[in-house]
Design a protein around this ligand. Structure first.
Ligand SMILES: NC(=O)c1ccc[n+]([C@@H]2O[C@H](COP(=O)([O-])OP(=O)(O)OC[C@H]3O[C@@H](n4cnc5c(N)ncnc54)[C@H](OP(=O)(O)O)[C@@H]3O)[C@@H](O)[C@H]2O)c1
Length: 309
C-alpha cells in the first residue's frame, strides 16, 4: 500500500467498469471500454492486472529533473492503462528511491500493488533493509516482499512469515531468474507457504514450462514473470520482421505485445513485469493488458512462428 497524499481512483474507464460490476478475465469481454485482463492470486482470490512493471536498470537513475520527468511520464502511462503491480528491489541501485520520488509527486491509483525484495544476509540486516525499502518507495505496508535470488532465504522467509502474521506485509514470496537455483526453488515451493514466486519465462527461455509453472499451479502459488523480453534481446530476432496474421487476431500491433501475449498464453502465469524507460514502450506494452489471450493452439503456433524467424 502506497502512502496516499494524492491518491486517485483508477482512470475513468477502469472506474466505470468497476462501478458497473465489470471484471475482465480471460474469457469475458466488456461491451464498453475494455477492462484490463486480470488473474487471481491463488492464496487470496484477489485479482491483479496481468501487466505489471519492473524497475531494474530503468528506474536506477540520478535524481535530476530530466530523469524524474521521464520516469513520471512512464509511470503515468502505466497507470492510465490500468497498471498496478510495481516490482523493485534494493538490488536495483536507486530504483526504489526513484519509484518513491515519482509516486510522491503524482496522483496514484488506490490499487497500486507495491512489491519489493529482501536481498541480504542476517535477520536484523533483513529487517533494516525492508524498513529502508518502505521509506525509499514511500510505502506504508508492502503488498509483497520476496526473498531475492534465494539469498539467506531461511532467515528472511522466517521474518517474512512473522511479518505476514502480524499484518506488516500482505504476501510473501521468493525470486530467481534465468535458470539459476531452479532445483532449490522447486524444493522451497513444495515445502514453504509462499503466496508468490518470481522467475524468468519468455518465448525463447521456456525452462519454466517444465516444472516451475506446473508446480506453482499445483501448489496454488501466484507467479510473477521477469525478463519477458529476455532483457530486450528478443527484439534483435524480430527486427525488420513483419508481424504474422495471428498477432492481429490476438490484438497485437507489435512484437513486444506478441511476446507478452505469448507469456499470458500459459495458464500458470499470474502477472508479468516488463521494464522500460520509455513512455512509448510502456504504452505499447500495456496494450497487452487488454484483449484476447492465446489459447493452447495459438500459444503453440506463436512459438512455431517465432522459431521460424
Ligand atoms: N531475480 C529477480 O528477482 C529478477 C531478475 C530479473 C528481473 N527481475 C525483475 O523483472 C523485471 C523485468 O526484467 P528485465 O528488466 O531484466 O528484462 P525485460 O523486461 O525482459 O527487458 C527490459 C528491456 O526491454 C526493453 N523494452 C521494453 N519494452 C520494449 C518495447 N516495447 N520495445 C523494445 N524494447 C523494449 C527495455 O528497453 P527500453 O528502456 O528502451 O524500453 C529494456 O532494455 C526487472 O526490471 C525486475 O523488476 C527480477
Amino acid at each position: 500500500m502506497i502512502k496516499r497524499r494524492k491518491v486517485l481512483q483508477y482512470s475513468a474507464g477502469i472506474l466505470a467498469a468497476h462501478s458497473l460490476g465489470l471484471r475482465a478475465d480471460d474469457t469475458a469481454s466488456a461491451a464498453m471500454k475494455p477492462a484490463a485482463i486480470t488473474r487471481p492470486v491463488p492464496s487470496s482470490g484477489e485479482r491483479l492486472p496481468v501487466m505489471g512493471m519492473g524497475t531494474s536498470r530503468t528506474f536506477d537513475t540520478d535524481r535530476d529533473a530530466e530523469s524524474l520527468g521521464n520516469l513520471t511520464d512512464v509511470m503515468r502511462a502505466f497507470f492510465s492503462a490500468g497498471g498496478s503491480v510495481i516490482d523493485s528491489s534494493p538490488m536495483y541501485g536507486n530504483a526504489e528511491s526513484r519509484v518513491g520520488d515519482v509516486l510522491r509527486e503524482m496522483p496514484v491509483p488506490a490499487k497500486v500493488f507495491a512489491a519489493t525484495k529482501v536481498w541480504t544476509t542476517g535477520r536484523d540486516q533483513g529487517i533494516a533493509q525492508m524498513e529502508e525499502s518502505a521509506r525509499r518507495m514511500n510505502v506504508e505496508r508492502f503488498d509483497l516482499i520476496a526473498v531475492h535470488n534465494l539469498v539467506d532465504w531461511q532467515t528472511q522467509l522466517d521474518t517474512l512469515k512473522s511479518w505476514k502474521e502480524a499484518g506488516r506485509v500482505r504476501y510473501i514470496g521468493i525470486t530467481t531468474s534465468h535458470g539459476r537455483d531452479h532445483e532449490a526453488l522447486l524444493d522451497i515451493m513444495v515445502k514453504e507457504p509462499l503466496d508468490f514466486v518470481q522467475f524468468s519465462y519468455n518465448i525463447e527461455d521456456r525452462v519454466a514450462e517444465e516444472r516451475l509453472l506446473p508446480t506453482a499451479q499445483d501448489r496454488g502459488i501466484a507467479t510473477m514473470i521477469n525478463r519477458p523480453f529476455q532483457r530486450g534481446s528478443l527484439f534483435s530476432r524480430t527486427r525488420n520482421q513483419d508481424l504474422p496474421a495471428l498477432a492481429t487476431e490476438l490484438g497485437c500491433s507489435s512484437w513486444a505485445q506478441f511476446f507478452l501475449k505469448f507469456i499470458l498464453g500459459h495458464p500458470g502465469v499470474t502477472c508479468i513485469i516488463p521494464a522500460t524507460s520509455k513512455v512509448s514502450h510502456m504504452t505499447e506494452n500495456m496494450q497487452a493488458n487488454f484483449g484476447p489471450v492465446p489459447d493452447t493452439a495459438q500459444h503453440a503456433e506463436m512459438l512455431r512462428l517465432f522459431n521460424a524467424l
